[in-house]
Structures are given as structure tokens and as C-alpha cells.
Design a protein around this ligand. Structure first.
Ligand SMILES: Cc1cc2nc3c(=O)[nH]c(=O)nc-3n(C[C@H](O)[C@H](O)[C@H](O)COP(=O)(O)OP(=O)(O)OC[C@H]3O[C@@H](n4cnc5c(N)ncnc54)[C@H](O)[C@@H]3O)c2cc1C
Length: 567
């Protein structure tokens, strides 16, 4: 067992001192941790994971729970790349059925309910309304569209209603659905779901999938990995990794203070997402022909466009689909696009063309005409898809591929593709490969084990909110719901012995208090205001630029106090 395994055994104590606005620093993640890293030179860690997105953190958690010593390095904040920029759905991927991706769809459908039970705070069921109109078309190169144009050429690429019904029938029945309700048909004329839509839509189908708070999923996996002995190193870039006497020698650099370190590991995992190819070519320098295809997807956020809590699944005349989803109580999320992206280091942004595309697409469905002025925020991410030679970005496989290279000594596992939805299964498959290389790896364990704060029933969210408001009557409904969604059963620990809002220290606006920020810095690896307001929560949608700047200044000062306290 390496030193990394002992590093987590720091004392955890209640973080809030209710009588003061200064907090005791009980558990300081990411601060003073280099001491343990230096000691790692003494004994190699079993696994060294590059990348703190969902795949890296999911593998770290699974591996640590199986008794392996694990170190994970993330060059920025956890979930700072693709894993905070998804559409945030645990879904089977209805449209992948047209590509005959039955294995992927089935695995993802089964997985939705496994995940829902393990994290009922950050994931919840959602109903999707798919309005039907005969103009809807296939993308021309799906296997289904090719088959249909062969047997029914008069359809001219149209997606017929019976085919949608067939797809939904498979969707309902492929994945052993127990909790989520099945498909039904809706007459839109007098239904609330029809109100925001253009009058030409008379009929819709309604089916189930789930929401997931993607960046919180990553952080909770990292926390659980650490609680099981892993060392998590955010803001730590891997500069190089080389085989050295049957081990990996890995050079890292702390991206805040520039300090460099050497680590040794028996096996390397490359979970670099969009950088997986860059890591293969320039950091590990493998002689590999495996390729990754970078496909950018952008989303726009508007003020809330309608009053019910269901999502829309819109089919375009170009064969693509987009979603419109109720978001953060007062907003609507619309996405996504598929655009080739050359270089992972070019920060993905929603281009004006992508924004217009999404607005025009949504305008084909909504009564209300949306324009640029309705857009309050955009975000963009890059899908790291395995290059399967598909002609279009939309058609490239969303399935994952795991490749072990053990030529020339210590093994490395490269991860290509994957979805948020299949991260746990991907981690299990990765551990199967790892167990072929390392001795004494225990069996799978993550199905049915809750993430931090998720230890309550799937239908118990409202009861948790009521309980929290009983214990802390100063919380209004928005605040209480927000805290339970983020922290589940851990919310009371953050609030400590507070009797009124003032006991929680400084108020940064939009219900964000010093007590919560302190928790995020000491338990959830947050360092900057951006980490807090765009990844640990989405309060960036509600705070002004000035409020965010004040928060950043406060966090910089607080970091120094925490650092001093740790010395
Ligand atoms: C627009 C869009 C919508 C999506 N919607 C969904 C959805 O609704 N449902 C779903 O299931 N999936 C969805 N996905 C897919 C899903 O988001 C991704 O498959 C998943 O997030 C990939 O995770 P990852 O860990 O592989 O990559 P990432 O999250 O990108 O993590 C890789 C990490 O490696 C780090 N890294 C790279 N190089 C180094 C280095 N040298 N040293 C240290 N760290 C390094 C990076 O900083 C990065 O944080 C969507 C993807 C996109 C782009």
C-alpha cells in the first residue's frame, strides 16, 4: 500500500463555527498535499490516472474501492472540460437506435436506473415530449434511413410516425425499466405541453429519461475515491510519462505554483478525454495508430420559455435533433450542435453560427420567436469520440473503446469515447482490463453503492427538502431545494448549528454563503469563483460579474488562511 492510501485519513470535523464568520479548517483538499506526493517516490502507486473528468474520477473511485492505490492528476479544476459541458442527461440515446447501436443503448438504458438510485439528489427522472410532424427527416447516412429508402423509396428520407413508435417501443423495453414510466401518446391541442408550441403540432409522444448534474457527479466520484484511499490532485498537469524499470515514471507540474514532481506507478490510465490523442503522442509517446475524433457541441440558455417541467425533443428537417430542457428553475437549456473541432487546446465556444442554428431550430417549434437577445449564457464542450471512420460528426459512434498497450513493459490503458451515462460501466470495463495486468484486484462493487449525500430513496427528494426546512426554518423553498439537489443528506452538515442566515457568514448573493463556499473549498476541491459558480453550482446565472469578482477575492484570501492553518 502506498502513502497515497493514507493521505485521506485527515480528520473531518463540522466546518461551521456558528458564532463567527471565520471557519475552522478541518480538511483541506488540494492544499499541502504535495508533501504526500513527494513520499510517493518511496513506493509506486498501483494506478496513475491522467484526467479528472467523469471517466478518470469514475475509474479512480472503482479502483480505490477494489483495494488499489490510486493517484489522479487533473491539469485544471475537476470536470473543467467535457464533463461539465454535456446536455446533462442520463439517457439511452433514442437517436442512436437509428445507427443500430443496440449494445450502447441497452447498456445506457439499464444504467439509468442503477445511477438514479445511487444519486437521487443530483439525478432525477424527466419526461420528454417529442412533437410529431410529417416533415421530420433522417440524417441521410444512418443505417435505418438507407434501409428505408431502399424498401420505401417514396418516403424520400422522411421519418414516419410508425418508426418513431417502434423506436420508443424498443426504448421502453430494451433496458429492464422498473422505476421510470413508459411511453404515451399526447394530443397537444388542449394539453399544457402544447401551449408553447406552434399550432401545426397536434400530436406528440412522451417518454422517460433522467437528468444528471454532470460536474457534481465528477466531484462526488472524486470525493468518494479519496474517501476510499485515492489521492486526487487537481491543478496538476502531467508533463510526461515514461516506462522505467517495469514501472511508469510520471512528471507532473502544479499549474498554480509551477512546482514539478516525479511519481511512480505500476499502470497508467489515460483518461484525458479530448486530449487522449495528445497524451498518447506527446506525453507518453506511444507508437499508436488509435485516433480520436473531436466533435464540438454547444448549448444556449434562455430565460424560462414555458411553465411545465417536461423537456422537448425536437427533430429537424436536417435529420438532427435538439433538446429544450427546463434548467436551473428559471431558465431553459437548448442544445446541441455537432461541429468538427481541430485542437483540444482551443477552448470550445458556441460560435454565432451555432447560436443561430439552435435559435432557428427551436423557432420551428416554439410559438415565441427567439433571437440573440434571449440568450443569457452559452457553453460548449468537445466530445472525444473514438474515430470509427464515420463520414459525419453526427454519425460518429458514441460508444467507448478501451485499449491496453503493454508493449515494452509497464501497461497503459487508453480510454476513447464514452458518455456520462455509461461512466460507471466504463469504469467496470476498465477495471477488468486493469485486473489482467495487476494482481489481487477485487470484483465489481459500485452498482447500488450511493455517492456522498445520495443515501435517500429515489422518490424522497421532497421529504429531504421538508426535513431541511424544518431544521433550518430560515431557508426559503429555492434555497432548500438547491442545497438538497447539490448536497443531499450532507446539506445539514454544511449549515451546522446556524439559527439564522447571518450565522452562515458572508452572503455572496443568490443564497451562496461563506459556510457553503468554505465547504466547497475544503471538501470539494474548489479554488476559484469559477469553480464554484459554474461547476459546483450554476449560480453564475444569477450573480453579477461584480459579485463573482468579490467571491474570487474572498476565496483567494481564504485559501491563504487555510494554507497557513495547514502548516
Ligand atoms: C455537447 C455534449 C453533450 C453531451 N451530452 C451528454 C449527455 O447528455 N449524456 C451523456 O451521457 N453524455 C453526454 N456527452 C458525453 C460526455 O460528456 C463525455 O463523454 C464525457 O464527459 C467525457 O468524459 P472524459 O472524462 O472522458 O473527458 P473530460 O471530461 O474532458 O476529462 C478529461 C480531463 O483530462 C484532463 N487532462 C487532459 N490532459 C491532461 C494532462 N496532460 N494532465 C492532467 N490532466 C489532463 C483535462 O483537463 C480534462 O479535465 C456530451 C458531450 C458533449 C460534448
Amino acid at each position: 500500500m502506498g502513502i497515497a492510501k493514507n493521505e485521506h485519513k485527515r480528520k473531518k470535523s463540522p466546518c461551521v463555527n456558528a458564532t463567527q464568520s471565520a471557519y475552522i479548517a478541518p480538511d483541506i483538499r488540494g492544499i499541502g498535499r504535495w508533501r504526500a506526493v513527494i513520499d510517493q517516490n518511496v513506493e509506486p502507486t498501483d494506478l496513475f490516472i491522467i484526467g479528472g473528468g467523469i471517466n478518470g474520477c469514475g475509474i479512480a473511485r472503482d479502483a480505490a474501492g477494489r483495494g488499489l492505490s490510486v493517484t489522479l492528476a487533473e491539469m485544471n479544476d475537476l470536470a473543467s472540460a467535457t464533463s461539465s459541458a454535456s446536455t446533462k442527461l442520463f439517457h439511452g440515446g433514442l437517436r442512436y437506435l437509428e445507427y443500430f447501436e443496440f449494445r450502447l443503448v441497452r447498456e445506457a438504458l439499464v444504467e439509468r436506473e442503477v445511477l438514479l438510485k445511487a444519486m437521487p439528489h443530483i439525478s432525477w427522472p424527466m419526461r420528454f415530449v417529442l412533437p410529431y410532424h410529417e416533415d421530420m427527416r433522417f440524417e441521410s447516412d444512418t443505417p435505418t434511413s438507407r434501409l428505408l429508402s431502399f424498401i420505401m423509396p417514396w418516403m424520400k428520407g422522411r421519418r414516419p410516425a410508425w418508426l418513431i413508435r417502434l423506436g420508443l417501443f424498443l426504448y421502453d423495453n430494451l433496458g429492464g425499466r422498473k422505476i421510470l414510466p413508459g411511453t404515451k401518446t399526447l394530443a397537444l391541442e388542449n394539453a399544457p405541453e402544447g401551449v408553447p408550441l406552434d399550432d401545426r403540432f397536434a400530436k406528440a409522444y412522451e417518454y422517460s429519461d433522467c437528468w444528471i448534474e454532470d460536474s457534481r457527479l465528477v466531484v462526488l466520484n472524486a470525493r468518494d475515491a479519496e474517501a476510499r484511499g485515492a489521492t486526487i490532485l487537481p491543478r496538476t498537469k502531467v508533463l510526461s510519462a515514461a516506462r522505467d524499470g517495469g514501472l511508469w515514471r510520471i512528471e507532473t507540474q502544479n499549474t498554480e505554483n509551477g512546482e514539478t514532481r516525479t511519481h511512480h506507478a505500476k499502470m497508467l490510465v489515460n483518461a484525458g478525454g479530448p486530449w487522449v490523442g495528445d497524451i498518447i503522442q506527446t506525453k507518453v509517446r506511444l507508437n499508436s495508430t488509435e485516433g480520436v475524433r473531436l466533435v464540438r457541441g454547444s448549448h444556449i440558455v434562455t430565460r424560462k420559455l414555458y411553465d411545465h417541467d417536461k423537456c422537448y425533443f425536437f427533430q429537424g428537417t436536417d435529420g438532427r435533433i435538439i433538446f429544450a430542457i427546463p434548467y436551473e428553475t428559471d431558465f431553459t437549456l437548448i442544445g446541441t450542435t455537432d461541429a468538427e473541432h481541430d485542437d483540444p487546446s482551443n477552448k470550445p465556444v458556441c460560435t454565432p453560427q451555432e447560436q443561430s442554428y439552435l435559435l432557428n431550430f427551436a423557432n420551428q417549434y416554439f410559438k415565441q420567436d427567439l433571437s440573440d437577445k434571449d440568450v443569457v449564457w452559452t457553453y460548449s464542450g468537445v466530445r472525444p469520440l473514438y474515430d470509427d471512420g464515420a463520414s459525419s460528426a453526427t454519425a460518429a459512434t458514441r460508444d467507448y473503446t478501451l485499449k491496453v498497450d503493454a508493449n515494452g513493459g509497464a501497461p497503459v490503458l487508453n480510454i476513447f469515447g464514452g458518455k456520462i451515462t455509461t461512466y460507471r460501466r466504463l469504469a467496470e470495463s476498465a477495471l477488468e482490463k486493469i485486473a489482467e495486468q495487476l494482481p489481487n484486484v477485487k470484483g465489481p462493487w459500485t452498482a447500488g453503492v450511493t455517492l456522498p449525500g445520495g443515501d435517500f430513496p429515489v422518490d424522497g427528494f421532497d421529504a429531504q427538502v421538508a426535513k431541511l426546512q424544518d431544521a433550518f426554518p430560515f431557508l426559503d423553498a429555492f434555497w432548500a431545494r438547491r442545497l438538497v439537489r447539490a448536497y443531499g443528506t450532507e446539506a445539514p452538515t454544511i449549515l451546522g448549528t446556524a439559527k439564522e442566515a447571518g450565522d452562515l457568514g458572508r452572503d455572496f448573493g443568490a443564497t451562496l454563503t461563506e459556510a457553503e463556499v468554505h465547504w466547497l473549498m475544503t471538501h470539494e476541491y474548489a479554488h476559484t469563483a469559477e469553480d464554484v459558480v459554474w461547476r459546483r453550482n450554476k449560480l453564475g446565472l444569477r450573480l453579477s460579474a461584480e459579485q463573482i469578482k468579490d467571491l474570487d477575492t474572498w476565496m483567494a484570501d481564504h485559501r491563504q488562511s487555510l494554507s497557513k492553518a495547514a502548516e
